[in-house]
Design a protein around this ligand. Structure first.
Ligand code: V47
Length: 354
């Protein structure tokens, strides 16, 4: 096919139901961009709190207040302690994402970055805070996004995770996450980050009430921003998991819809270097299958440090994989797993885990 895939064509690809063609096409793009490599890193997550003033109907993780059952909010001392407990020599990334806590202010989040920088070796990248969290910090502190990101960068933040994008369509957003920053804001914050030299990822929450055309529009909006800034490293299709949240009754997408979404993401996002298949959400088997539909990255070792997906019903109730297990997933697809840092530089020196 000549040229870029446009809106109509992309929706047609969903409707035509030709999984074999999609797999071959997405695989070819993946090979052109990444050869037979599947990337992974050694990482852990920090989720400072699940108390959140936003009421997203897909979220199984949020609690209304600190006194609710299952709620947690870490103090700065607890964060320091947690970091010492979770960090294993050889890790190259900490991924920070939490909630919009009604009582935390900007100084708390800046202090988190300082603590991480004090506790972790220099080669560990701090990838932290979704655009939605940054937007809330900006509102509560009355500082601009540029000021906040500049302060964060000064303290050691190097990348933003892709969360909070959900589905950009405003009607769907009203129904699934009525009080979240809108698409325009999400895009503006990532544009600002890119201009400041802070790289980022992008996500899309799919398999709920959105249409296929909504998904395609979401991808096209990301493609436009990437044309402009080139600041996205990876795109992560996040499968809606239905346990324990207000939207549970709609169930989950079937496997063909999931595989098509990965392949069409790879095909449409021709300017994005990596498509990440996030195994703590998909489970190992499905994650492996998506590698045949355009994904080239399987995130990382994670070290049992995220609860977002286990609380939403993922089969990975304690997400933790060794590099050897990640390598086996790649090998099953005829690929070679290569360890990377947060910016897809190869890690050549194998660190022995003590
Ligand atoms: O924005 C919440 C999603 C996201 C559910 O940048 C759910 O490397 C499915 O952004 N079912 C946060 N998804 C996580 C995130 C992320 C994850 C992995 C890697 C990266 C990266 C970023 O989690 C939220 C929302 O879209 N989410 N609840 C649920 N029930």
């Amino acid at each position: 096919m000549e040229g870029r895939v446009g809106r109509e064509e992309a929706v047609k690809l969903f409707d035509e139901n030709d999984l074999n063609i999609l797999s071959l096409w997405a695989w070819r793009i993946k090979e052109e961009k990444n050869g037979n490599i599947i990337w992974y890193n050694r990482n852990f997550h920090l989720e400072p709190s699940n108390v959140c003033s936003h009421r997203c109907n897909f979220c199984s993780y949020r609690r209304e207040s600190d006194s609710d059952q299952g709620a947690w909010s870490m103090t700065l001392d607890e964060i320091r302690e947690y970091c010492r407990e979770k960090f294993v020599k050889g890790m190259t990334e900490v991924h920070v994402v939490g909630s919009v806590h009604p009582k935390r202010d900007l100084s708390y989040y800046l202090k988190i970055i300082e603590i991480l920088r004090e506790e972790l070796p220099q080669e560990v990248t701090i990838k932290g805070f979704s655009a939605v969290e940054i937007d809330d910090m900006s509102k509560s502190s009355k500082k601009s996004v540029v000021e906040i990101l500049t302060e964060m960068k000064k303290r050691g933040l190097s990348a933003l995770p892709g969360g909070g994008a959900e589905i950009f369509d405003s009607e769907v957003r009203k129904k699934i996450c009525p009080d979240k920053s809108d698409a325009k804001k999400w895009i503006e914050i990532h544009r600002t980050a890119h201009k400041l030299g802070i790289r980022s990822n992008a996500t899309m929450l799919f398999g709920h009430i959105e249409s296929r055309a909504n998904r395609v529009d979401h991808l096209l909006a990301l493609r436009d921003l990437q044309d402009e800034t080139g600041g996205f490293d990876a795109f992560i299709p996040l499968l809606y998991k239905s346990a324990n949240n207000p939207m549970s009754s709609i169930g989950e997408a079937d496997i063909t819809e999931i595989l098509k979404t990965f392949a069409i993401s790879r095909i449409v996002l021709d300017n994005t270097p990596h498509i990440k298949s996030y195994w703590p959400m998909l489970g190992r088997e499905l994650c492996q299958l998506t590698l045949l539909y355009g994904a080239d990255d399987i995130d990382g070792t994670v070290n049992d440090s995220t609860k977002i997906y286990s609380m939403a019903g993922s089969q990975e109730s304690k997400p933790l994989m060794t590099p050897e297990e990640l390598e086996k997933i790649a090998a099953g697809c005829g690929c070679i797993a290569v360890e990377r840092d947060s910016f897809y530089n190869r890690i050549t020196k194998k660190t022995v885990l003590l």
